[in-house]
Design a protein around this ligand. Structure first.
Ligand SMILES: [Zn+2]
Length: 198
Protein backbone atom coordinates (compact mmCIF):
# COMPACT_ATOMS: atom_id res chain seq x y z
CA UNK A 1 0.00 0.00 0.00
CA UNK A 2 1.31 3.45 -0.90
CA UNK A 3 -0.04 5.73 1.84
CA UNK A 4 -1.03 9.19 0.64
CA UNK A 5 0.36 8.58 -2.85
CA UNK A 6 -2.45 10.49 -4.54
CA UNK A 7 -1.84 13.65 -2.51
CA UNK A 8 -0.33 16.51 -4.51
CA UNK A 9 2.71 16.77 -2.28
CA UNK A 10 3.38 13.06 -1.90
CA UNK A 11 6.90 12.08 -2.99
CA UNK A 12 5.37 8.86 -4.35
CA UNK A 13 3.04 10.62 -6.74
CA UNK A 14 5.42 11.23 -9.64
CA UNK A 15 7.46 8.09 -9.09
CA UNK A 16 4.42 5.81 -9.33
CA UNK A 17 3.61 6.61 -12.98
CA UNK A 18 2.65 3.33 -14.65
CA UNK A 19 4.91 1.24 -16.90
CA UNK A 20 8.21 2.24 -15.35
CA UNK A 21 10.66 -0.12 -13.71
CA UNK A 22 10.84 0.72 -10.00
CA UNK A 23 13.14 -0.09 -7.14
CA UNK A 24 10.90 -0.17 -4.10
CA UNK A 25 11.34 -0.73 -0.41
CA UNK A 26 8.45 -1.57 1.85
CA UNK A 27 7.64 -2.45 5.42
CA UNK A 28 6.02 -5.90 5.52
CA UNK A 29 2.50 -5.90 6.92
CA UNK A 30 0.98 -8.53 9.16
CA UNK A 31 -1.27 -9.35 6.21
CA UNK A 32 -1.33 -8.26 2.57
CA UNK A 33 1.31 -6.30 0.77
CA UNK A 34 2.78 -4.11 3.51
CA UNK A 35 3.49 -0.41 3.24
CA UNK A 36 5.63 1.36 0.67
CA UNK A 37 8.46 3.38 2.22
CA UNK A 38 10.71 4.33 -0.71
CA UNK A 39 10.68 4.32 -4.53
CA UNK A 40 13.41 4.87 -7.03
CA UNK A 41 12.00 5.26 -10.53
CA UNK A 42 14.07 3.72 -13.29
CA UNK A 43 13.64 3.24 -17.05
CA UNK A 44 10.33 3.35 -18.90
CA UNK A 45 9.32 -0.12 -20.03
CA UNK A 46 7.45 0.74 -23.23
CA UNK A 47 7.57 3.31 -26.02
CA UNK A 48 5.01 6.09 -25.79
CA UNK A 49 2.68 4.67 -28.48
CA UNK A 50 2.28 1.39 -26.61
CA UNK A 51 1.20 2.84 -23.24
CA UNK A 52 -2.46 1.93 -23.66
CA UNK A 53 -1.59 -1.62 -24.71
CA UNK A 54 0.75 -1.88 -21.74
CA UNK A 55 -2.00 -0.87 -19.32
CA UNK A 56 -4.40 -3.36 -20.91
CA UNK A 57 -1.78 -6.05 -20.48
CA UNK A 58 -1.46 -5.18 -16.78
CA UNK A 59 -5.25 -5.39 -16.43
CA UNK A 60 -5.22 -8.91 -17.89
CA UNK A 61 -2.24 -9.85 -15.70
CA UNK A 62 -4.05 -8.72 -12.55
CA UNK A 63 -6.76 -11.26 -13.38
CA UNK A 64 -4.30 -14.02 -14.21
CA UNK A 65 -2.14 -13.53 -11.13
CA UNK A 66 -4.11 -12.76 -8.00
CA UNK A 67 -2.82 -10.71 -5.07
CA UNK A 68 -0.64 -12.86 -2.84
CA UNK A 69 0.52 -15.01 -5.76
CA UNK A 70 4.33 -14.77 -5.93
CA UNK A 71 4.20 -15.37 -9.69
CA UNK A 72 3.45 -12.80 -12.33
CA UNK A 73 6.09 -10.13 -12.08
CA UNK A 74 8.70 -11.78 -14.29
CA UNK A 75 6.03 -13.02 -16.65
CA UNK A 76 4.59 -9.54 -17.16
CA UNK A 77 8.06 -8.08 -17.66
CA UNK A 78 8.82 -10.70 -20.29
CA UNK A 79 5.52 -10.03 -22.08
CA UNK A 80 6.09 -6.26 -22.03
CA UNK A 81 9.58 -6.82 -23.46
CA UNK A 82 8.06 -8.66 -26.42
CA UNK A 83 5.68 -5.83 -27.26
CA UNK A 84 8.56 -3.59 -28.33
CA UNK A 85 9.62 -6.00 -31.05
CA UNK A 86 6.36 -6.75 -32.83
CA UNK A 87 4.29 -4.68 -35.23
CA UNK A 88 2.13 -2.30 -33.16
CA UNK A 89 -1.04 -3.89 -34.58
CA UNK A 90 -0.27 -7.24 -32.95
CA UNK A 91 1.75 -6.15 -29.88
CA UNK A 92 -1.08 -6.60 -27.36
CA UNK A 93 -2.05 -9.99 -28.83
CA UNK A 94 1.53 -11.22 -28.64
CA UNK A 95 1.93 -10.02 -25.05
CA UNK A 96 -1.36 -11.49 -23.81
CA UNK A 97 -0.68 -14.77 -25.59
CA UNK A 98 2.74 -14.88 -23.98
CA UNK A 99 1.16 -14.45 -20.54
CA UNK A 100 -1.43 -17.15 -21.27
CA UNK A 101 1.34 -19.43 -22.46
CA UNK A 102 3.51 -18.81 -19.38
CA UNK A 103 0.43 -19.55 -17.27
CA UNK A 104 0.01 -22.88 -19.06
CA UNK A 105 -3.40 -21.93 -20.44
CA UNK A 106 -2.50 -22.20 -24.13
CA UNK A 107 -0.19 -24.43 -26.16
CA UNK A 108 1.87 -23.75 -29.26
CA UNK A 109 0.80 -23.52 -32.90
CA UNK A 110 2.80 -26.56 -34.01
CA UNK A 111 0.88 -29.24 -32.13
CA UNK A 112 -2.69 -30.36 -31.61
CA UNK A 113 -3.59 -29.51 -28.00
CA UNK A 114 -5.98 -32.47 -27.84
CA UNK A 115 -3.89 -35.43 -29.03
CA UNK A 116 -0.46 -33.78 -28.78
CA UNK A 117 0.52 -34.76 -32.35
CA UNK A 118 2.78 -32.42 -34.33
CA UNK A 119 0.85 -30.91 -37.24
CA UNK A 120 2.64 -30.25 -40.56
CA UNK A 121 3.21 -26.53 -41.00
CA UNK A 122 1.50 -26.57 -44.40
CA UNK A 123 -1.77 -27.70 -42.82
CA UNK A 124 -4.62 -25.63 -41.46
CA UNK A 125 -5.90 -26.40 -37.96
CA UNK A 126 -9.16 -25.78 -36.12
CA UNK A 127 -10.15 -23.81 -33.06
CA UNK A 128 -12.36 -26.35 -31.35
CA UNK A 129 -13.76 -26.21 -27.80
CA UNK A 130 -11.28 -23.48 -26.79
CA UNK A 131 -8.35 -25.52 -28.07
CA UNK A 132 -6.23 -25.67 -31.20
CA UNK A 133 -7.00 -29.01 -32.81
CA UNK A 134 -5.82 -31.15 -35.73
CA UNK A 135 -8.41 -32.23 -38.30
CA UNK A 136 -8.89 -35.59 -36.58
CA UNK A 137 -9.62 -34.00 -33.20
CA UNK A 138 -12.13 -31.34 -34.04
CA UNK A 139 -13.83 -28.92 -36.39
CA UNK A 140 -14.31 -25.23 -35.71
CA UNK A 141 -12.93 -21.86 -36.73
CA UNK A 142 -10.20 -22.55 -39.32
CA UNK A 143 -6.69 -21.49 -38.34
CA UNK A 144 -4.86 -21.32 -41.67
CA UNK A 145 -1.30 -22.53 -42.21
CA UNK A 146 -0.31 -18.92 -42.93
CA UNK A 147 -1.78 -17.71 -39.64
CA UNK A 148 0.00 -20.46 -37.69
CA UNK A 149 3.27 -19.51 -39.35
CA UNK A 150 2.71 -15.77 -38.89
CA UNK A 151 1.93 -16.06 -35.18
CA UNK A 152 4.75 -18.50 -34.50
CA UNK A 153 7.22 -16.11 -36.16
CA UNK A 154 6.32 -13.38 -33.67
CA UNK A 155 7.48 -15.62 -30.81
CA UNK A 156 10.50 -17.39 -32.25
CA UNK A 157 12.73 -14.54 -33.32
CA UNK A 158 12.07 -10.91 -32.57
CA UNK A 159 13.78 -9.74 -35.78
CA UNK A 160 11.71 -12.05 -37.94
CA UNK A 161 8.59 -11.30 -35.92
CA UNK A 162 8.91 -7.59 -36.46
CA UNK A 163 8.68 -8.13 -40.22
CA UNK A 164 5.65 -10.36 -40.16
CA UNK A 165 2.38 -8.47 -40.21
CA UNK A 166 -0.72 -10.52 -39.58
CA UNK A 167 -3.72 -9.85 -41.79
CA UNK A 168 -6.82 -8.27 -40.31
CA UNK A 169 -8.62 -11.59 -40.58
CA UNK A 170 -5.82 -13.44 -38.77
CA UNK A 171 -5.90 -10.83 -36.00
CA UNK A 172 -9.67 -11.25 -35.71
CA UNK A 173 -9.27 -15.02 -35.35
CA UNK A 174 -6.50 -14.58 -32.79
CA UNK A 175 -8.66 -12.09 -30.91
CA UNK A 176 -11.45 -14.64 -30.66
CA UNK A 177 -9.06 -17.30 -29.42
CA UNK A 178 -7.79 -14.95 -26.71
CA UNK A 179 -11.33 -13.96 -25.73
CA UNK A 180 -12.37 -17.62 -25.55
CA UNK A 181 -9.44 -18.59 -23.33
CA UNK A 182 -9.94 -15.62 -20.99
CA UNK A 183 -13.69 -16.22 -20.84
CA UNK A 184 -13.16 -19.89 -20.06
CA UNK A 185 -11.22 -18.80 -16.98
CA UNK A 186 -13.78 -16.21 -15.97
CA UNK A 187 -11.75 -13.22 -17.18
CA UNK A 188 -12.81 -10.43 -19.50
CA UNK A 189 -10.79 -9.62 -22.61
CA UNK A 190 -9.58 -6.00 -22.73
CA UNK A 191 -11.90 -3.77 -24.71
CA UNK A 192 -9.15 -2.42 -26.97
CA UNK A 193 -8.90 -5.85 -28.54
CA UNK A 194 -12.51 -5.54 -29.67
CA UNK A 195 -12.37 -1.95 -30.84
CA UNK A 196 -9.18 -1.98 -32.85
CA UNK A 197 -10.55 -4.27 -35.52
CA UNK A 198 -14.18 -3.25 -35.67
ZN1 LIG B 1 -5.33 -34.01 -32.55
Amino acid sequence: MARGARRAKSPFRAALAPLYALDISWRPGRTGMGTLVDIDRREKLLDEGLDLDGLELCAVASGLFQEGDPHGYEEVLEAIGMMQHCPTSSALYVAIWKLLSLSGWVGDFGHCWHCGEAVDEAMAMNWHAYQLACHACGKGMVISAGMRKGITAQFIDSDVGSNVRLSKNDLLCWQRMIQDVLKQHGLKAPSIINEELS
